[in-house]
Design a protein around this ligand. Sequence first.
Ligand SMILES: C[S@@+](CC[C@H](N)C(=O)[O-])C[C@H]1O[C@@H](n2cnc3c(N)ncnc32)[C@H](O)[C@@H]1O
Length: 282
Amino acid sequence: MSEINPFLDPARQKELYGDATRLAGRSNALMRAKTSGWDVPETVAGLLKSHHTRSDELDLVLDIGCGRGTSTLVLGECLRARRVVGLDASASLLAQARERIQDPADSRVEFMKGDFHALPLDVGCWDAAVAAFCLYHSPRPQDVVAQIARVLTPDGLAVFVTKGLDSYREMDQLVVEAGLDIHATQRESLYIAAHSGNLAELAATSLDVIAIQEEEHTFTFDGHDHVAQYLATNPKYEFGPGLYGNPEAIAATLHEFLPDRPLSTRSLITFVVTRQKTRRST
Ligand SMILES: C[S@@+](CC[C@H](N)C(=O)[O-])C[C@H]1O[C@@H](n2cnc3c(N)ncnc32)[C@H](O)[C@@H]1O
């Protein structure tokens, strides 16, 4: 088995996020399977509105690890903010995010390239920051939290979102049964660096935690063809030659070894709302 967790391996991250079309295929397959659970970007916007003391007059909102900009665009629609900026390390995802801006004349939403370990932003200027489903790509997520604390205004809020360690474990079982990767159930969770069980603790290294919200999201994939679209770019597994990135070949293997059937799975989603640490006078 490989030594380094694929979500923490820069080469695997490049493979996963270097091609926007591949990521869209994976995300769309998952969203098509979703049967219950709040919409995550709308929930984040709701948390910012209910917890920020100046939610009606936010100036700058930052969406860290914004990917294809799904959450950035929703934050732009749901919040009355002067500027919402999505930041990501992947040029390809940022290009697609920019294409998804509905009204190119609307300068409220914009995207910038950057590494969340060294935010290229001024100290103390951002009213709100969001880091959804991205801290688990950092070998030092507490450094990312410190960076966020550095750029927030004194009354600024940050919302962190992640998944439970055992998310989608029913897929591991399917992958084993089909012989696609016989070690699938023993492989380390992709979310090991920042998961539902340690997110609040991580956030508390530089910020004060003010609320935690959790919800189990459920998914049912129609059958082998549908689940193969998600599995094809899942770096957790070690597939045989020609299978990674190839949904048709994965579907063909599933059909060959298992009767077609729907697959139901789940993921715990955790939201942690934080603010700047209260400074105690001595
Ligand atoms: C699963 S996607 C999350 C996208 C988005 N936040 C969402 O909720 O849909 C994770 C994102 O983190 C980004 N990322 C990973 N490492 C990063 C880093 N060091 N700096 C900035 N972004 C990073 C990836 O490029 C990818 O777009």
